[in-house]
Design a protein around this ligand. Sequence first.
Ligand SMILES: *[C@@H]1O[C@H](CO)[C@@H](O)[C@H](O)[C@H]1NC(C)=O
Ligand SMILES: *[C@@H]1O[C@H](CO)[C@@H](O)[C@H](O)[C@H]1NC(C)=O
Ligand SMILES: *[C@@H]1O[C@H](CO)[C@@H](O)[C@H](O)[C@H]1NC(C)=O
Ligand SMILES: *[C@@H]1O[C@H](CO)[C@@H](O)[C@H](O)[C@H]1NC(C)=O
Ligand SMILES: *[C@@H]1O[C@H](CO)[C@@H](O)[C@H](O)[C@H]1NC(C)=O
Length: 947
Amino acid sequence: MAWKCWLKIALLCFVSLVSVVLGTTDSGDYAVLDEFRRGLSNPELLRWPTNSKDPCGPPQWPHIFCSGSRVTQIQVQDLGLSGPLPHDFNKLAMLSNIGLQRNKFTGNLPSFNGLSNLQYAYLGGNQFDTIPTDFFVGLSSLQVLTLENNPLNQSTGWTLPPDLAHSAQLMNLSLSHCNLVGPLPEFLGSMKSLTVLKLSYNNLIGGIPVSYSGLPLQILWLNNQEGPGLTGSIEIITNMTLLNDVWLHENQFSGLIPDSISALSLLTRLWLNNNRLVGPVPESLINMSQLQSLRLDDNMLVGTVPKLSISNFTYAGNSFCQNTPGVPCSAEVTALLDFLKDVNYPTRLSDSWFGNDPCTSSWLGISCSNNNVSVINLPNYQLNGTISESLGALDSLVYVLLGGNNLAGPIPDNMSSLKSLKMLNLSFNNISPPVPRFPTSVKVLLDGNKLLQNPPSPGSPPGVGLPGVSPPSTDSPTPPNQPSSSGNGTKSSRKLNILVIVVPTVVGASVVFVAILLLFFCWKSKTNVFVAPNSTTTQPSKATNQDNPHKLVAKNVVNSSTSTSGFQSIASSGTGSTHAIDSGNLTIPVQVLRSATGNFALDNVLGRGGFGVVYKGELHDGTMIAVKRMESSVLSNKALDEFHSEIAVLSKVRHRNLVSILGYSAEDNERLLVYAYMQQGALSKHLFQWKQLELEPLSWKKRLNIALDVARGLEYLHNLAHQSFIHRDLKSSNILLGDDYRAKISDFGLVKLAPDGKQSVVTRLAGTFGYLAPEYAVTGKITTKVDVFSFGVVLMELLTGMMALDEERPEESHYLASWFCHMKTDKEKLRSIIDPSIAITDETFEGVPVIADLAAHCAAREPHQRPEMGHAVNVLASLVEKWMPINDDQEEYLGIDFHQPLLQMVKGWQAADGTTDVCSASLNDSKGSIPARPAGFAESFKSSDGR
Ligand SMILES: *[C@@H]1O[C@H](CO)[C@@H](O)[C@H](O)[C@H]1NC(C)=O
Ligand SMILES: *[C@@H]1O[C@H](CO)[C@@H](O)[C@H](O)[C@H]1NC(C)=O
Ligand SMILES: *[C@@H]1O[C@H](CO)[C@@H](O)[C@H](O)[C@H]1NC(C)=O
Ligand SMILES: *[C@@H]1O[C@H](CO)[C@@H](O)[C@H](O)[C@H]1NC(C)=O
Ligand SMILES: *[C@@H]1O[C@H](CO)[C@@H](O)[C@H](O)[C@H]1NC(C)=O
């Protein structure tokens, strides 16, 4: 037997001899690995022997696995390697599994073209900056490909080449955060093995392709598309019956949450927040017992918040009628929501019809009388669908004005028995017979409905236009102006190409009432030419204006691109107007405002703003308004600019956290702006003067909500679809509180349109000391980050109850911003400056440090260190909905939590424990107790013309 043993030993010796001298590894594979190692700046981390040319060994090199002489795996994840990959990487022809994730690889990603054995490719979390077009060719065995978190083709973006369609076994495709652009690739719908698709944080647009129906997806992440985001319905996901985890948040998805969502019996997490979804939350969701986490916040959902037995259910920022799950809406609201349903939930209405009281929350198109809905005024709203029977239950209705829409179907029978109805205008729709018999007291306008050749409406001759409306008595609700049916036919011809000012209807109706009264007067005295809405009259006639500058023209306008309003009056500006107002008109005669404010009585002064005094007023119908009156002594060009700027801006923006303008006057030396009245007044009052004014101090909850409201308003201002506005004068006295303590930002006189791109513009210094960002004070350069700074200061005020600038305080604390940053580095010090009127509870205990960090982050010295407002919204929203425990359930999928930058950042802050936060780091060159202010900061205060 011994010879056999000897033979074995000899063989072994030979084999090892061969391997030492020649190596068993394929020389091409070795060459690639060698080039790989040489390219790295830190190859020592690999611990590859420098004297061996035989990666396959024995001994095998660390991180390398072979089959025979060929390299099959490279596993170097999380080693911190930095450098490029060799360009001929695809010569490793037998490679089946490669793990390069979470290193610092840079440069071009080499082509993987032809790696037909490759099954698993983990390349995420690196710094690869280009991907070649032929990367995906011939990857016929590919099952997993992750490229997420690489700055691939950043400047141009890239689209997924269809070559990938040939990887028929692909199960997991993770391309989040890697600059994909364009629509979702249609061809992915043909990949019948795909179970994980993660495309978050790209720049994808368009809808989810129909071809995706029936994909065996378990995880679908399409959230947080930068740019315009994904659009269209989410209905198709209900056909992906294996779905377990769905992230569609932070996009522009619209339409309903489909009832059939309950077909997804494996779904455990559904995040739909921050989209444009409308309609109610489907009942069927309630029965999805396997669902563990549901996020619906910041959509336009209406109706009742469902009572779900899920702990992780968020729904703030919608149009629900109640905040409490399970509490039903009032009968009136239910009826109006049924109406909304039958016109397919148009977004403008879904957005504005929130809360449980149509009469106080300025619902678009709704006016009230004695706290009951009396007017539905939605002419030319491009409404489609049918008229709901539910209107027949609203006995308080007096005027139903739906002319110039696209409504089909018959008029519900029960509408003919509405007790108070005086007018039903359905002209220029597509109403079909039969028409119910209305009492003669009701004016029914039905012309322009081609299915009703002979409108059998008693007592209402067709073609009755506005002059036929009899002026209402003072105690009956005021009829808004009508879409005139004497005009010429088509809806488009009635569209006027001017900007439209938002008219919340309660007051809007009164404003128009005034216009109508005047019109009526003019009509009677035969000095006026009534101009029918017609495409030829896009502006009040010049000749007429010269003849008589007070002549009024009332008409309906709708502007499809900017429109948020159904009606308004257009009047020539007053005689004394030196600055033309281009942005559409909503003038109110000074006389009306004079009587509303008791001739600007001192008793009615609400406050003093930048260029004038704000008065409380009450219109004849009881509507409360706030009137800002410019002092005639300051009618400088600058002040006039602010006046016009405010009208121009407010006519373009509309958001529930920005005050809305109701109208203005510009006659002779009067310049007046009219806003909805905010019952609780300025935030500053509640923070700094609550004792004198005998108010309740603001609770922590209210403060958080206010902060979130303000953040949302600013975010909106900064991120309008095509433009970005900078407020420039955010401060607590410009933040107004409604009866419910919801906040709105006001005072838009200094708002600037941000230039395209993100560069800054140099402007005249304006704003308020204490809130001014340092770079702005010094250089006059503004970006949206100027507002972020001011917001940081407001947060500090909310936390401390101290004013942004107070010369009465000891010198080091004159400026809250710099002092706060200094104090917050130390927990004890931070505690000592928290507003003593905030009760310390578990909630505040957890929230205070987060808000303090956010405040400091926002008020960081360098603009680039400050976050975008969206970040602040996220931080605040998560607090408002109770503090979410940081237990990364994301980690179950990937190990790295890149989808939750918020949580990561918060974690980072908590770890740093105040020692390295942005705001103190930027100021820590001052060793003493007073952080240095930037050079020139103080001087710029003195030399400027601020207020
Ligand atoms: C990425 O950019 C490079 C260089 O600009 C270009 O050659 C390549 O085709 C781009 N990749 C894709 C997939 O479009
Ligand atoms: C969803 O599946 C149903 C039944 O399989 C099918 O009728 C429907 O067309 C699918 N929907 C889409 C959008 O493909
Ligand atoms: C839901 O929240 C609880 C704590 O409130 C947490 O433990 C759990 O992991 C969360 N579940 C999901 C699916 O997010
Ligand atoms: C009907 O109106 C809804 C809501 O505005 C809109 O989404 C939908 O596209 C419209 N449908 C048609 C056929 O115009
Ligand atoms: C209606 O249109 C016709 C031409 O199409 C025009 O001559 C006429 O003046 C218009 N009528 C009104 C009231 O605008």
